[in-house]
Each structure stands twice: as structure tokens, then as C-alpha cells.
Ligand binder design. Sequence first.
Ligand code: S3P
Length: 420
Amino acid sequence: MKLIGNITFKGDKSISHRAIMLASICNGESIIANVPDSEDINSTISALRNCGISIKKNNYQLTIIGNTFKTPKKEINCQNSGTTMRLLSGLLSFKKIKCSLIGDSSLSRRPMDRIVGPMNELGIKATSNKGYPPINLIDFKDTKLDNITIDLPSAQVKSCIIFSLLGTRKKIRIYEKFQTRNHLELMIKSLFKELITVNEEYIEINPINCQKMNGFNIEIPGDISSASYFIVAASLIDKSRLVINNLLLNKSRIGIIDSLIKMGANIDISYDKKMNSLNEPTGTVIINGVKALRAVNISPDHIPSMIDEIPILSLACAYAKGQSTISGLDELKYKESNRLNGIYNILSSMGVDVKLNKNSIKINGSNKLYNTNKLNNCNDHRLAMMISIAQMKENNLIEYPECINISFPDFKNILDKVIS
Ligand code: S3P
């Protein structure tokens, strides 16, 4: 069995959330093409509709009429989506909408002090339930700060802060201790240049009249996190060949490709000459399967560029020659499930020699994995897809649990198309 084909992916989930939210605060109509029909994106759409925003869906294209906010009649349910809850809290603070944001049982266990703390520092009266949802947005004052520093490696925190500061009356700088995905900065810079200054050191939000932001027309490039399952699978299976077009290749997101290349994968990248309208680099990635990958050491500073790809990277390590070490995985404990424990349990159940030590994991590769079916995916989409790829590689029955629809409803269709 091998993977052969030419494929593309629906738009990147992180960029889609941000584009939809940005459109909601612009005047008039925005058109956003290639938006995935994933449950997380639908959570953002329904949350904004509950705040009075008109969003029409036509296949994978959204038409959004912005700036018609009204206070929601009841709590806003962000369901499973941490990005929805964290970014929307910032956005609704900018719009001075008093409301409460809730989530499902997984989201209700995820830390929110990371946004409530900085929002309070900025002058927004917001509360959480002892650091967890619900979040209540209570009152909004102009910030007195000149700068704010983000201590955690979290793009969600950064984007929450940027959204909340859009109506600032004075310049304010945001410093990040760790570099994280920069989609919102790039998007604002490409559409409303005068609003933001971005350089290696800081992001500066400039005081401008946000009432002047007008709707836009963009297309979202293919989701690199969804593609990662196929990039790993094709790398692991000799004689595979996949060509992926129109893929997001932002440096802050392609840690998985860099890591696989270090492991000896045969991956060729060609960047599109013209930058995508969002200032995002895109391109074509060609993967040819190899006989074997070799072990790799990943240090903490590389983790933000592949934070959602650690489960599938761990599976690649489980098949690589030698012992791999991935360090700096603290943030994995706070995802849709405790993914660090999840990875450990899944790989151990498959017979892999794996050791967990606080925030790092050591994986001894082997040629074959066992018992790949009926494993506990913790109802976490990324763990579920990691397991499906192991099942495929071992020629076992491939399971497609429903939770995969959280990020990647096309997963099965695309896999069916390329398996030969
Ligand atoms: C995301 C950032 C990451 C990632 C999440 C999506 C985003 O979370 O894990 O799936 O769109 O900003 P953190 O920023 O909390 O690490």
C-alpha cells in the first residue's frame, strides 16, 4: 500500500477564525473563500451570528456583513473551540459587548486565566470561573498601558490582545517572549496597513479610526495542520508520492516539515512567486516516501511552529530508527485533551518504547506497531487522526471517529482518494 495523488486542502483553520472575526468588525460586505466546514469554524460563525452578524455560507465561501453587533440574548457557546473563546473575548471587548462565553466539557476544563489576566491588565473587567470558563465580559476602559508582554507561547493570547486593542486611543506595543503564529498581524497589515506596525521585536497597534475599516475579499490558503497527517503518512510509506498545492507555508507553522526533513524525509517545497493576498507565503509541497526515517531531537524553541502537529510527529518518531526526544511540551497538556498523556498512552498501547518526563517525551522507533484499533483518543481530533494514520500504516481497519470533524471533515475522503 502507498499514497499517490495530487491534493489540496480547505483553508487553514487559524486563519479562517481570524478572517471571519475581522470581517465582523468591518463595514459592509466581506467575502471569504475556501473556508473549511469544520465544527470549530462553525462555532465561530454561530457565536458571531448570535451577536447580530449576518454570515451566509455558499459551499466554502462566506459572505459576512460586518459591524451590526448587538448584545446576545444568552451565553455564547464556543463549544469545543478554544480559539473561538479566546479570540472572541478580545473582539467583543473591543466592541464593548457585555456577555458570557461558555464551552463544552473539554473547553470548560481549559485555562482562561491566560487571557483574563492580560485583559484585566489592559483595563477590561473580565472574569473567569477560577481560571476556567465561563468568561464574563463586564466592563471596558481605555488602556493606560504603553506596552504589554505575553509570557506564554500562545498565539491565541496574542490575538485576543490584538483584537481587544483595535480601538486604542494611543500607541501600544505588544512583546512576545516566544514567537508564535502571526496570521492576525499579517492579515491586518495587508488589509489595514496604518493600524499596525510589525517587526522582529514587537507589534504596535496604532490609534486610528476603526470605523473606517471596510469589508474585504480574500481566499484562505490550504491548512498545513490538516496536511501534516498526509505529509507524515507519505513520508513513512516507501514509494508514496503526494503533491500538495496551495498550501500555507508560513514559517511560524511549518515546524513539522522542517522536522521531517531533519529525519531524512524526501520533501520538496516550492514557494508560489506571488504572495497570497493575506501576506501569507504559500506553495507546493511534494513528498516522496522513503525506506526509513531517522530519530530527531526537537528543542522547546521549535515547538510553537508545530504545536498542533506533535501527535503526528510522535507517530513519525515511533517509526524512525533510533531514539527521538521532543522537549518543551508543557502547553500540550492544555489542548482539547491532555495531549502529552494521550500521546504517551496511545504509543505505549501500540507497543512503542516511550518515556514521559515532565514536559518531554522520548520515543524509541520500531518497524511495527501493534494493537492500533479501539484505542482511547480522548475525544481529541488530533489524537484520533494520529491513530487513523497508524492503522493505515499497519494495514488495519481505519477508524474515523466523529471528533475528527472538529478540524478536518474531509480527512476520510482525501485519505480514500490517495490510498492505492
Ligand atoms: C491556535 C494556536 C495554538 C493552537 C490552536 C490554534 C490559533 O494554540 O494549538 O490549535 O489559532 O491561534 P495556542 O496559541 O494556545 O498555543
